[in-house]
Design a protein around this ligand. Structure first.
Ligand SMILES: NC(=O)C1=CN([C@@H]2O[C@H](COP(=O)(O)OP(=O)(O)OC[C@H]3O[C@@H](n4cnc5c(N)ncnc54)[C@H](O)[C@@H]3O)[C@@H](O)[C@H]2O)C=CC1
Ligand SMILES: O=C(O)[C@@H]1CCC=N1
Length: 264
């Protein structure tokens, strides 16, 4: 086994999909655990990887172990697998708030510790993942780890102090973009557009706009101004959004998410 996932829900499944699609590891090099036979069967059926209900089997089988359970279960899981861990292991935490120091302390021995902050677009190979490591991870080991995150999208190595910001602007923000897409489509539906078509317009417009930011390197404000014809239609929407505090609402939402991550 090359990598094990303790917990195999939304995020682990998305990452494994990318890993398998890019051939970073084969199905028989990945082992996952879940809480129930139903969850184990689901992982086996949908991902075709080795599955188990035994978290210690994950740690005994793979030297790289991803903790893909909710943050509130991290301490229980690390206590459960404590005696199976060795200094040869690399543990990868993906939960907000569970710091490198906390992970090493709960693991109870000096081992390689990594944090990912991924997001669900990993499921379609378009994820954005922040990575940081403790100082036991060598440059060569980091290069191997980055092959994992690169398999499901883009990766940025950041200092740990930025992981809560990354959690907000990366991990959480797909939810806010989905809300934006939903609201755009509702407005189109209110103008008479069929809903399915409205979702296509809204989703493709968000995708295309994001591509313009990423591929032109132009400032988003500059790109916004390109759309706003004088006395035209777009600027009426800009006026309404500014009046409704749109940018402040987004700013406050991501700040709330980042601040919550600091408290977990
Ligand atoms: N969903 C997202 O967009 C993102 C999630 N994350 C983090 O990823 C982690 C997992 O999140 P999700 O995949 O969304 O949650 P999830 O609830 O979809 O998956 C967690 C899985 O772990 C299993 N599980 C729970 N306790 C277990 C145990 N003791 N042993 C083995 N399996 C156990 C559950 O049955 C479930 O299948 C969380 O820490 C979350 O904060 C990070 C970035 C983005
Ligand atoms: O909502 C959460 O706590 C997880 C972490 C980032 C996205 N989902």
């Amino acid at each position: 086994m090359k990598i094990g996932f303790i917990g195999c829900g939304n995020m682990a499944s998305a990452m494994i999909g990318g890993i398998l699609r890019q051939g970073i590891f084969s199905k028989d090099e990945i082992i996952v655990s879940n809480l129930t036979d139903e969850g184990r069967a689901r992982s086996e059926k949908t991902l075709g990887v080795v599955t188990t209900l035994n978290n210690n089997e994950i740690v005994r089988s793979a030297k790289t172990v991803v903790l893909a359970v909710k943050p509130q279960f991290y301490e229980k899981v690390l206590t459960e697998v404590h005696d199976s861990l060795t200094t040869e292991h690399t543990i990868i935490g993906i939960a907000p708030g569970k710091t490198l120091a906390w992970l090493e302390e709960k693991a109870g021995l000096p081992l390689k510790v990594v944090r990912f902050m991924p997001n669900t677009p990993a499921q379609v190979g378009a994820g954005m993942t922040a990575v940081c490591t403790n100082d036991r991870v060598s440059e060569d080991e980091l290069a191997e780890i980055l092959k994992i995150t690169d398999s499901f999208g883009c990766t940025e190595v950041v200092p740990e102090r930025l992981m809560d910001a990354a959690g907000a602007v990366g991990g959480c923000s797909p939810a806010y973009v989905f809300m934006f897409i939903e609201a755009m489509a509702d407005a189109a539906v209110s103008q008479g557009m069929p809903r399915k078509q409205a979702y296509k317009f809204a989703s493709q417009t968000v995708l295309g706009s994001a591509k313009m930011v990423l591929e032109t390197g132009r400032h988003p404000g500059d790109l916004k101004d390109m759309v706003c014809s004088p006395a035209g239609t777009t600027i009426e929407g800009v006026r309404t959004l500014e009046k409704s505090g749109f940018r402040s609402a987004v700013f406050e939402a991501l700040t709330a998410a980042a601040e919550k991550g600091k408290k977990l």
